[in-house]
Design a protein around this ligand. Structure first.
Ligand code: AP5
Length: 182
């Protein structure tokens, strides 16, 4: 089983859900930049306050802040890890590549969880997180298309992309991911 992973996909595709299950079952470190940023917001720090404003609009927090958070975590990471919600643009992807070269732990697979917009919007509205409302979801989807989706071609070119249909029951999606990484 591959153990240096990245889960990619639009908001609501199920990255966090599947990453949690996968990390629990296979003992990987789960590094979710969304969760880390929400922790920063809860701490009430100045950086957290800045990040909250951006997150509530559905935009991307600055690369500088995200990279500083990720860098610290990657330096102390185990041999098995799963990145969720990072990288989010080409600049972050290039920085990740350099960070991973530095710790000599290259990415083994990128799992793209695909799902049609109608399902994504329905799931997110039902969840109702602070950034799950019609206008912000629309913005998050646009930003995904514009800034994050170019990473698909990049990882396809590297030959490490696995494409999974996310519009199925959670356990079905999980089995497909396991099969693709086996
Ligand atoms: P982040 O927390 O990463 O949010 P996201 O990418 O929008 O992802 P979601 O958590 O909404 O979706 P998911 O794919 O993880 O789905 P989930 O499993 O939760 O980022 C939030 C914000 O932080 C960003 O907008 C940005 O501002 C900032 N940020 C984060 N990373 C950043 C970075 N690297 N650079 C800059 N800014 C960054 O599932 C969603 C719902 O669907 C749940 O209720 C779940 O129960 C349900 N569900 C899941 N799978 C299924 C299924 N198969 N069937 C039915 N329901 C399902």
């Amino acid at each position: 089983m591959k153990k240096k992973l990245l889960f990619l996909g639009p908001p609501g595709a199920g990255k966090g859900t599947q990453a949690n299950l996968f990390c629990k079952k296979y003992g990987l470190d789960h590094l979710s930049t969304g969760d880390l940023l929400r922790d920063e917001v809860s701490s009430g720090s100045v950086l957290g306050l800045k990040a909250e404003e951006v997150m509530n609009k559905g935009e991307l927090v600055s690369d500088e802040l995200v990279l500083s958070i990720v860098e610290g975590r990657l330096e102390n990471i185990n041999e098995g890890w799963l990145l969720d919600g990072f990288p989010r643009n080409v600049n972050q992807a290039n920085s990740l590549k350099s960070l991973l070269e530095k710790i000599n732990q290259p990415l083994e697979a990128v799992v793209l969880i695909k799902c049609a917009d109608d399902y994504l919007i329905k799931r997110l509205l039902e969840r109702g997180r602070q950034d799950d409302n019609q206008q912000v979801i629309k913005n998050r989807l646009e930003i995904y298309r514009e800034k994050t989706s170019p990473l698909i071609a990049l990882y396809k070119k590297e030959g490490i992309l696995e494409e999974i249909e996310g519009n199925a029951d959670i356990d079905v999606v999980f089995s497909c991911i396991e099969k693709s990484l086996g």
